[in-house]
Design a protein around this ligand. Structure first.
Ligand SMILES: Cc1cc2nc3c(=O)[nH]c(=O)nc-3n(C[C@H](O)[C@H](O)[C@H](O)COP(=O)(O)O)c2cc1C
Length: 217
């Protein structure tokens, strides 16, 4: 039996990525996001247009995608409700967002030079994808304030222990991406950490499948 429903979010589970982009003053902004997919050497990124990241990428197309390992989840969550934009929408303010320009410091993450641009990459990320934005399109209609950014990947840097013997492949058994599913963090298919984003979105608490249900004696 199925029911027709209108879920608040359709985040079925995608890898978490930290985007490095260039602020107007030349410093690097860092933003967590998870609406990313790959086809060939193109990445499509779905972002809200109020993000400082989008404002930066409209003006300066250089970008680094820092993929997130489950070991980074606490650092990631420390910057989950931060924005590098001084202007904030009412809905973001209501979700508990704060303006903090230096998210490397706020998260306790380490800067690493990129190879193709002056952007700082994230040293803790086992995989860094460098490139540039080639197109930006509005999506979801005029009131959605959403856009799809098309990135060309120009450089791929991978931690050596994740590579298979001939360097052309990343080992699927050793690479375990942090996944965001309906605003909650998952690793290896299991919940990984309490999510500030879920709190901001007022998501109902997850009930463990193995714990007794409500009203169970
Ligand atoms: C795990 C996680 C995933 C997120 N995924 C997205 C996303 O896919 N698209 C988006 O626009 N915002 C996403 N966000 C919210 C952004 O991080 C938020 O808009 C933030 O303000 C962006 O930072 P910036 O304003 O400094 O660019 C996500 C946040 C977290 C913590």
């Amino acid at each position: 039996m199925k029911r027709t429903v209108e879920p608040k979010v359709l985040y079925f589970g995608t890898p978490v990525v930290l985007i490095s982009s260039c602020n107007p003053d030349g410093t690097t902004n860092l933003a967590p996001m998870s609406s990313a997919w790959w086809l060939g050497y193109t990445t499509m990124l779905g972002m809200g247009t109020s993000a400082q990241t989008v404002k930066n990428l409209v003006e300066r197309p250089e970008i680094v995608l820092n993929l997130v390992d489950p070991d980074m989840v606490a650092a990631l969550d420390r910057i989950a409700l931060l924005t590098g934009s001084e202007e904030m929408s009412e809905s973001k303010r209501a979700r508990g967002y704060r303006y903090v320009p230096d998210k490397f410091a706020a998260g306790g993450l380490t800067r690493e030079p990129s190879e193709l641009s002056g952007l700082d990459s994230v040293q803790e990320s086992p995989i860094n994808l460098e490139g540039r934005i080639e197109a930006i399109n509005e999506i979801g209609g005029p009131d959605s304030h959403l856009c799809a950014l098309e990135m060309k990947v120009e450089r791929v840097r991978v931690r050596e222990d994740l590579l298979m013997s001939n360097d052309r492949y990343i080992d699927p058994l050793r690479w375990d991406p942090l996944i965001m599913k309906f605003t909650e963090y998952f690793a290896g298919g299991a919940p990984a950490y309490p999510s500030s984003l879920a709190r901001g979105w007022q998501m109902p608490p997850m009930v463990s499948l193995t714990s007794p249900g409500p009203g169970t004696p």
